[in-house]
Design a protein around this ligand. Structure first.
Ligand SMILES: [Zn+2]
Length: 464
């Protein structure tokens, strides 16, 4: 070959390479996967369908139904006597935190460990969560006392880039609350231990103007959703569980600013009186809601406000009361005594219920235990499954792309053994997880959620 021909080839080389790479990626995307199981829950129907088949191509579902014909070149994965379902969603997690151990040991650790180490631990929480079948979470608050790091934003971005394995995350950054309230990271510590009173950069506000400033600051730093504590909470030392903590004017400013920036608002709220004020202010979901009365629930229903009941948080605290100081035990008992009736009433009245657990209060990866508590308190199993799929997708504002098994949606698909309608605890034994067409798990998990109970890294500031 003469020099001229060589040069011509050299010029053509990038184009040839691009063509070759393009062909390879097109071929990879063309390889369909057919998932089969004895039954299927599509996220919206009122019952399961037998002999479910889902055809996946690339990151999308291309067909779904009963006894579908499988394309000849598709890779068939037959999951047997199992139920296929959309990837579960949890509308209330704290993946960057872990409050599940002894309360006082955890408080000491939260000021001992550096934030980088806590961020690395969070990657294990993310993996445990997605391997348990939760392919999407709304992560409602990440805060490290004395630090201005945005670990939840970093975790979300790392998952999106494929650096870390975990669920799709919508993050709230720092929860917004009042001075001395449930979200004040310095509450319960000696005054000025951390050198200054927290301000809007820590999510702490004391006026409607502060509320707008905090929302703008959080959106600027990567928040997908705004979280605020409008009442006291269980795991905080300087407040009562149901006292109002934000004023109606502060809530109105917070909701207005969030909605102007097209962000939804989730509020931590146990008290009944302040719940009514929050509903009036236009919040999108009420988290916990322990003391809400039927009249308040009716207002929620009429305004289409979601209830995220986080029943597992109370279950866990009540089963480990010895881990908490007496003042917190008393608050937990009061909330637990009220929330079962509240939840039964919400189901009866037809309030929209989103599935959310408060994972971090209990070990990450055990989120599915919430299903059984919901069913034990009167919810139909199919409704509990819908709450963790279609309902959450609606609340999170992502129903266009996920939440149900439908043609064109992202291939977030899980499988659990047997029939979850006859045994809702099947949800706790998810063994197959696909997220956006990629198989994350088909068999035993790599992270063992049970082992987390003894994890020494109980690090966090109080949120709930
Ligand atoms: Zn929480």
């Amino acid at each position: 070959m003469n020099i001229l021909a060589c040069a011509r080839w050299a010029r053509l080389l990038p184009a040839i390479l691009a063509l070759a790479i393009g062909t390879i990626s097109i071929r990879a995307a063309d390889n369909a996967i057919a998932l089969k199981a004895k039954r299927i829950f599509d996220g919206k129907s009122k019952s399961l369908v037998p002999n479910g088949v889902v055809i996946v191509q690339g990151d999308r579902i291309v067909d779904v139904g009963s006894n579908l014909a499988v394309p000849g070149d598709a890779q068939v994965i037959d999951l047997g006597d199992a139920t296929l379902a959309p990837g579960f969603m949890d509308a209330h997690t704290h993946l960057t935190l872990d409050y599940s151990g002894d309360y006082n040991v955890r408080r000491l650790k939260e000021v001992d460990l550096n934030v980088s180490e806590q961020a690395i631990i969070a990657t294990v929480h993310a993996r445990a969560t997605v391997e348990a079948g939760f392919t999407t979470v709304r992560d409602l608050g990440s805060r490290f006392v004395g630090s201005r790091e945005f670990v939840d934003v970093a975790l979300r971005n790392s998952i999106n880039k494929g650096v870390v394995m975990g669920p799709r995350m919508l993050v709230a950054t720092k929860g917004i609350g009042a001075s001395g309230g449930h979200f004040d990271p310095t509450s319960g510590f000696r005054d000025f231990l951390f050198g200054r009173e927290p301000d809007y950069t820590d999510g702490i506000i004391d006026s409607p103007d502060d509320a707008r400033k905090a929302v703008r600051f959080e959106v600027k730093n990567g928040a997908d959703v705004i979280k605020a504590a409008v009442s006291g909470g269980v795991l905080s030392l300087a407040d009562e569980v149901d006292t109002p903590q934000l004023t109606p004017a502060e809530m109105a400013a917070l909701v207005d600013e969030s909605h102007r920036l097209r962000k939804k608002v989730a509020v931590h709220c146990h008290g009944d009186e302040v719940a009514r004020e929050a509903i009036e202010a236009g919040v999108d979901s009420i988290e916990h809601g322990s003391f809400m009365k039927p009249e308040t629930l009716t207002r929620m229903k009429n305004k289409g406000v979601f209830l995220t009941p986080t029943l597992m948080a109370t279950e866990w605290i009540m089963s480990k009361l010895e881990n908490y100081p007496p003042a917190l035990q008393a608050k937990a008992k009061a909330a637990a005594a009220a929330r079962s009736d509240m939840f039964r009433n919400a189901v009866k009245l037809g309030v929209k219920i989103s599935f959310g657990t408060d994972a971090a209060v209990f070990p990450h990866g055990q989120n599915a235990r919430e299903f059984k508590v919901m069913v034990d308190l009167g919810m139909q199993p199919i409704e509990a499954l819908r709450s963790a799929t279609a309902n959450d997708a609606e609340l999170l504002g992502i129903a266009q792309k996920t939440g149900t098994l439908e043609k064109g949606k992202l291939a977030d698909i899980i499988a659990m053994p047997g029939d979850p309608i006859t045994d809702i605890t099947a949800t706790e034994r998810v063994f197959f997880v696909m997220k956006e067409g990629k198989i994350i798990r088909n068999g035993p998990p790599t992270v063992h959620a049970a082992a987390k109970e003894t994890d020494p890294a109980n690090v966090a500031a109080p949120v709930d």
